[in-house]
Ligand binder design. Structure first.
Ligand code: 3PG
Ligand code: MG
Length: 404
């Protein structure tokens, strides 16, 4: 697939509507990682510099499911974008139905930001009328959010039916980065999978199967295995259908000859105080072969929240041999400082390795950015679900509308 980028657009005197993804990590009303906002600036700047009359920005934040949620207004994001862009922005908090082209034309500022588009229940349904409404405000549509390109929503895919559509720089860069990583995979190829949902990783694992040599698992997926084999895991997060997914995963990797590296030790923490309680050595091979009798590994109000020092020691040797690494998802409960050890150490090992590394996912990228590691990786994609779906399916609904 070749993308039609803004290189091919005549922007002079046009009103350009840009779909960005400002679904950034927040702590209340405070932005904790501005990567997605900062990365959108070059596209907006270029469109302005190439003579656009107005730029309308559309984004979502969180999942307000079709109604106004005060804490999910875009106000903090508009303020951050103003500072990154160095331009005043007209922020239109009104219902999108009440915004007309005349209203856009009459704004004093060149850059206009609409309110969280997911406040409108039609957005996620891909509603034609909402798409038409958005299209009626502008002359050209630019999709600059790879991370939302897997959603066939009105502001992502719908608008393109009514306006000439082009890919922005951020989307194109992410598309090219992921493709060049996949096209130049060096052996041995490692997949490092953290986060909670093994389910979400399955399509990617299936798609990479012919190439993947080895999978490294974080603490939550290790918990899924413990649960499957009858171990008590206390307050650790166990997702719906977890046992079934573990079986599917295990069958698949065995059939495909993919080696799995489980953590050698797990950090048990208090779910009340978020403090480390103990580190437990664990032998997954013996658990899976049922050589160890199932038992409870957590007391009440405890959970498995990280991988420990022995796991890191093993990864040190393993990553030394890696040719390429694909990393998605924190290896422990990395938002909590006490349980960020495994993710941080693994991130450092990967970034220092000779391997070519692609890191993806909002949480993972937020984590490496806050630890000043972003520049140490070869490819960094702020997309989570979209990247996994792209690797699995080789296309996305949002790419189809700007691709040929
Ligand atoms: C993301 O952060 O992954 C994107 O903004 C998509 O958000 P969603 O999963 O709520 O659609
Ligand atoms: Mg490297």
């Amino acid at each position: 697939m070749v993308l039609r980028t803004i290189d091919q657009a005549d922007l002079q005197d046009k009103i350009v509507i840009i779909r960005t993804d400002y679904n950034v990590p927040m702590d209340g009303l405070k932005i904790t990682d501005n990567t997605r906002i900062a990365e959108s600036v070059p596209t907006i700047r270029e469109i302005l510099d190439r003579g656009a009359r107005k730029v309308i920005i559309v984004s979502h934040l969180g999942r307000p499911v079709g109604s106004v949620v005060e804490d999910l207004r875009l106000a903090p994001i508009v303020a951050e974008l103003e500072s990154c862009l160095g331009e005043e922005i007209s922020y239109l908090r009104d219902d999108v139905n009440s915004i007309s082209r005349e209203k856009i034309e009459s704004q004093v500022d060149k850059v206009i930001c609409l309110e969280n588009i997911r406040f409108d229940s039609r957005e996620e349904k891909g509603d034609e009328n909402l798409a038409k409404k958005l299209a009626s405000l502008a002359d050209i549509f630019v999709l600059d959010a790879f991370s939302v390109a897997h959603r066939p929503h009105a502001s992502v895919v719908g608008v393109a039916k009514y306006l000439p559509a082009f890919a922005g720089r951020t989307l194109a860069k992410e598309f090219n980065d992921i493709n060049s990583f996949l096209q130049t995979i060096r052996k041995p190829f490692f997949g490092v999978f953290g986060g909670i949902k093994l389910d979400d990783k399955m399509p990617v694992i299936r798609s990479l199967a012919g190439k993947l040599d080895c999978i490294v698992l974080g603490s939550s997926i290790a918990v899924a295995f413990l649960h499957r084999f009858g171990f008590g895991v206390g307050d650790s997060v166990v997702t719906k259908d977890s046992d079934k997914v573990v079986d599917q995963f295990w069958d698949f990797v065995n059939q495909s000859g993919i080696k799995v590296i489980f953590p050698k030790d797990l950090v048990i923490g208090s779910s009340l105080t978020n403090e480390r309680v103990k580190v437990l050595d664990i032998d997954f091979e013996k658990i899976i072969s049922k050589e160890i009798v199932p038992m409870s590994i957590c007391e009440e109000k405890e959970g498995v929240y990280d991988i420990g020092e022995k796991s890191i020691e093993e990864l040190k040797n393993i990553f030394g041999t890696a040719g390429s690494i694909f990393w998605n998802g924190p290896l422990g409960w990395a938002e909590k400082e006490k349980f960020a050890y495994g993710t941080l150490e693994t991130a450092k090992l990967m970034s220092e390795s000779k391997a070519v590394v692609l890191v993806g996912g909002g949480d993972t990228v937020g984590f490496i950015a806050s630890n000043n590691l972003s520049t140490k990786f070869d490819y960094v994609s702020t997309s989570g679900g979209a990247m996994l779906e792209y690797i699995a399916n080789n296309t996305l609904p949002g790419l189809e509308i700007v691709g040929e």
